[in-house]
Design a binder for this molecule. Structure first.
Ligand code: AMP
Ligand code: FE
Ligand code: FE
Ligand code: ZN
Length: 277
């Protein structure tokens, strides 16, 4: 099997269900040569112990993060790769993200009360601590998991479908940075900024905006996207001279339909990302 790098994977520090070490072991088991743990809004997966483990089992670990932003009432996820992890301004930025998330979660919980769903902030915080999530990242996926655990909903998906998908009655917009701010923060710590899952974007103006604001790359290969759709994004990347990334968006048990390694980039694309350093 030739070289494969899955550059979009979530650990339990955000809304995945596995630890970074478990993810590396699973990659090894599946003969995946490299992964990037791109947790939402947190880089806590990247401890020395995790890098050492990656090294000892021979799986390459690329530094990554998936940062939430909002534009024209849409969620825009920006992947950051190969940034300087010691950069203080990036850590400060992530602190501001936590504050916004706390305010937003409070509002989501308030809206759920209109449906006789009573979850306190403390309960949500206790739950996320127990499952190992980072404070930086707590949001809708955790509220949905807690609702399922409490028997309010039957599945993880039901929380989104009934209450807080982007058009749902308990959705709360307006507590995220703009993509421009996120791209700038990634560039400040010498990272590469990549648009995640471009096929989720509805408003075409968002692409013009991202190109104007110096996006470096686009996630062409994604989970089980059809080859003809991937080919379309590949043409887009070539046309605009963008780096190409890809990955499974693996979240473990909460989204079992995406398996680790279901999407990946080859050595050529992987090397191009590292050449930017
Ligand atoms: P948040 O950061 O609180 O806005 O939550 C965003 C995360 O929730 C995404 O990264 C997905 O993992 C998940 N998500 C968003 N929309 C849906 C949906 N309609 N169904 C299932 N999961 C979703
Ligand atoms: Fe997620
Ligand atoms: Fe995403
Ligand atoms: Zn993701």
């Amino acid at each position: 099997m030739s070289f494969r790098a899955d550059l979009h994977v979530h650990s339990y520090f955000s809304d995945g269900t596995m630890s970074p070490i478990e993810l590396l072991n699973l990659a090894k088991e599946k003969n995946i040569n490299a992964i990037s743990i791109t947790d939402h809004d947190t880089i806590e997966a990247y401890s020395d112990a995790v890098f050492q483990h990656a090294h000892s089992i021979g799986v390459q670990l690329m530094l990554g993060v998936e940062i939430s932003s909002e534009l024209f009432n849409e969620n825009v996820h920006i992947l950051g790769y190969n940034f300087d992890i010691t950069n203080k301004s990036f850590k400060d930025f992530l602190k501001k993200v936590v504050e916004k998330r706390e305010q937003r979660n409070r509002k989501i919980l308030e809206k759920l009360k209109n449906f006789n769903i009573d979850i306190s902030e403390e309960e949500l915080e206790d739950f996320t601590k127990k499952i190992g999530a980072s404070k930086t990242t707590i949001g809708r996926p955790h509220i949905s998991q807690l609702m399922q655990k409490k028997g309010i909903t039957e599945t993880f998906q039901e929380g989104f479908d009934k209450y807080f998908n982007d058009k749902g009655p308990c959705y709360v917009p307006g507590f995220k940075f703009s993509p421009k701010e996120v791209i700038e923060e990634i560039h400040k710590c010498s990272g590469i900024a990549v648009l995640a899952h471009p096929h989720f974007i509805r408003n075409r103006k968002i692409f013009d905006y991202l190109l104007e604001n110096n996006i470096d790359g686009i996630e062409v290969y994604y989970a089980k996207l059809l080859p003809n759709i991937e080919a379309r994004w590949e043409r887009f990347a070539v046309k605009h001279n963008l780096l190409i990334t890809g990955g499974s968006d693996y979240h473990g048990d909460i989204k079992p339909f995406n398996s680790l390694g279901s999407s990946w980039v080859d050595l050529n694309h992987f090397n191009k990302l590292n050449e930017q350093l």
